[in-house]
Ligand binder design. Structure first.
Ligand code: DGT
Ligand code: CA
Ligand code: CA
Length: 571
């Protein structure tokens, strides 16, 4: 059993126990689930290496839960969970993602209406059966319907950040085979779209039969839909489908171009080809019967009179015109990033102490890292008050004294209150190198109020960056209602940068907002929002999102050295 499946069951047990009004235990199960979810090693391997004793060493896992984990690993199931599930057969995993529906409310809906699944919930809400129940009402029924619509939009799609490592691992395994020639990822995954519907892989091979045999028997594969010489389709254990196509060497470029999409980008390209008297397909560019391009993407774009267009730009939002006019941006590269602007430590809700986080940042080759824990209002995250922050500054100084080769910036992720004021005193904020202001409450204010709340925060001279500006949580919460033109103007007036939060469920700002902000000459701060040091890996997603927004190195403050970052944000 993979970490993800173990964690999922532990989460669900927590939900069932909470629904049954059991005290304490739900929190313990959630803590254990979170611990297992964020392990960099497979819990199976840990168990195989050191038995139950090794499980007990994982923080958050005690005697009782370690036995449950052991049972899951050794038998592939859990009797305790099966019994609980019989009592409350509700799809908590899916339904608790709907805002306003916690385990207790879901139990009420089950008892009153028999609701167990998303479909049943939708039907009940559409028929107006929920509004009349005690503890619900007209408004909460509407909220539930909104939540369902949002969930459906992302259902069957997975977060880029969750899927990218799996896809790269599959490609690496295939590459090991001598039968594989060229190989690459295509589709929305190559365009680094925030969610992906499936994984598309292309390869060349002199022995397609062998490659396909290897592919369908990978351990990641759960079921095989089709296995042929040119295309095989499988369902992966991670929940997504994956297609592998084997194409001819001299069509690899055109196939990669075609299957990378987007569809709209391809349609626009095909129009250009037709105008030039060519035919463009996944097999190449043809002039009559003669094939004139197809081996590489550069060749394909070149034949159409265009420079190479980076995959992240291929959404038909002006990239083809820009290519024709020679004004494609020189997109920021991961290698240009010199530091991470947003990481947490165990001072708030992160996992590791400052020192470990700083060392991990140095290991990545960063020149600096900005420690930015939560401020006091965020109680569930153990947010810091003025005195805590002073003590953290002391610790940062101590850590800096013992570590060379990396600069540590003193940051804070300061809550923006409902009225737009910041959650810590100005005297304290003044002592920070970087203040990231972010909204963590009152998400549903009307557009004008929300916009003015943000604007007021930006007017505080200590504020440097607006964190996760739209507030969206993919599949869970829509962006706040904001008047972006007013916000862009306010950011310009006050020298505020917008965060590109690289956490997989956020990717906020997204490409479209970044592009709009760029038109106002604004700058960006990529922050991984890491809560464990491994999560600093999300930088790749942040950079990809910046690229999807047409950002160049000069637009992104992570490309500066520590002193320049400090100077950029000093009042
Ligand atoms: P996804 O999988 O929903 O996240 O999005 P994509 O973009 O990966 O779409 P997918 O997997 O259906 O197809 C992969 C690429 O194949 C797509 O980006 C463009 C190309 N493609 C698929 N269907 C068509 C089509 O009908 N016309 C054109 N021109 N291209 C297509
Ligand atoms: Ca796809
Ligand atoms: Ca596909």
């Amino acid at each position: 059993m993979k970490n993800e499946s173990v964690a999922k069951i532990l989460y669900e047990i927590a939900d069932i126990l909470e629904a049954q009004d059991v005290q304490w235990k739900p929190a313990a199960y959630r803590k254990a689930a979170m611990a297992i979810e964020s392990l960099s090693e497979e819990v199976e391997d840990i168990y195989r290496g050191g038995g139950k004793k090794a499980l007990l060493k994982i923080p958050g896992i005690g005697e009782n839960i370690s036995k449950k984990v052991e049972e899951m690993i050794t038998t592939g199931g859990l009797g305790y969970y099966a019994r609980l599930k019989k009592e409350l057969p509700i799809d908590f995993g899916t339904l608790t993602a709907i805002p306003g529906l916690g385990p207790k409310k879901l139990k009420k809906l089950f008892n009153a209406l028999g609701v167990r699944t998303l479909e049943e919930l939708k039907e009940a809400a559409e028929r107006g059966k929920i509004a009349g129940l005690e503890g619900f009402g007209e408004k909460s029924e509407q909220e539930i319907l909104k939540g369902i619509a949002l969930l459906e939009k992302t259902r069957g799609r997975a977060l880029l950040g969750a899927i990218l490592p799996d896809a790269l691992a599959i490609v690496e395994k295939l590459k090991e085979s001598k039968a594989v020639g060229r190989i690459g990822i295509a589709g929305s995954l190559r365009r680094m779209k925030e969610t992906v519907g499936d994984i598309d892989i292309l390869a060349t091979s002199g022995e397609p039969g062998r490659v396909m045999g290897l592919f369908v028997s990978l351990p990641e594969v759960e079921a095989v839909f089709a296995k042929g010489m040119t295309k095989s389709s499988v369902h992966l254990k991670n929940g997504l489908d994956c297609d592998l196509r084997v194409v001819e060497e001299d069509s690899f470029g055109s196939a990669l171009q075609y299957f990378t999409g987007s569809k709209d980008h391809n349609i626009a390209l095909r129009k250009i080809a037709i105008k030039m008297g060519y035919k463009l397909s996944e097999y190449g560019i043809f002039k009559g019967e003669e094939k004139i391009a197809g081996r590489t993407e550069e060749e394909v774009y070149g034949r159409l009179g265009l420079p190479y267009i980076e995959p992240e730009l291929r959404e038909n939002t002006g990239e083809i015109e820009a290519a024709q006019e020679g004004r494609l941006p020189a997109l920021i590269e991961l290698e240009e990033v010199r530091g991470d602007l947003h990481v947490h430590t165990n001072w708030s809700d992160g996992s590791e102490p400052v020192e470990e986080v700083v060392l991990a940042a140095r290991e990545r080759g960063y020149e600096w890292v900005c420690i930015s824990d939560h401020s006091q209002s965020l109680r569930i995250a153990h947010g810091l008050d003025e005195r805590d922050l002073e003590r953290q500054f002391d610790e940062i100084e101590r850590v800096k004294g013992g570590i060379t080769g990396i600069e540590v910036l003193r940051g804070i992720e300061c809550d923006i209150r409902k009225d737009g004021s910041l959650d810590l005193m100005d005297e304290t904020l003044e002592r920070c190198d970087i203040v990231i202001g972010a909204v963590h409450s009152h998400f549903n204010l009307p557009m004008r109020e929300m916009t003015e709340r943000m604007m007021r925060a930006m007017e505080n001279p200590n504020l440097d960056i607006i964190g996760h500006p739209t507030g969206r949580l993919l599949g869970e919460r829509e962006a706040y209602e904001l008047d972006w033109e007013r916000l862009f103007d306010a950011a310009e007036d006050n020298g505020i940068a917008f965060e590109i939060n690289a956490f997989p469920s956020r990717l906020d700002l997204d490409g479209a907002h970044i592009k709009a902000a760029l038109a106002h000459g604004l700058q960006f701060a990529i922050g991984t929002d890491a809560h464990t040091k491994d999560q600093m890996d999300f930088m790749e997603l942040g950079v990809a999102t910046a690229r999807r927004g047409w950002a160049e190195g000069k637009d992104v403050l992570n490309t500066l050295g520590a002193e320049d970052v400090r100077r950029r944000f000093s009042p």
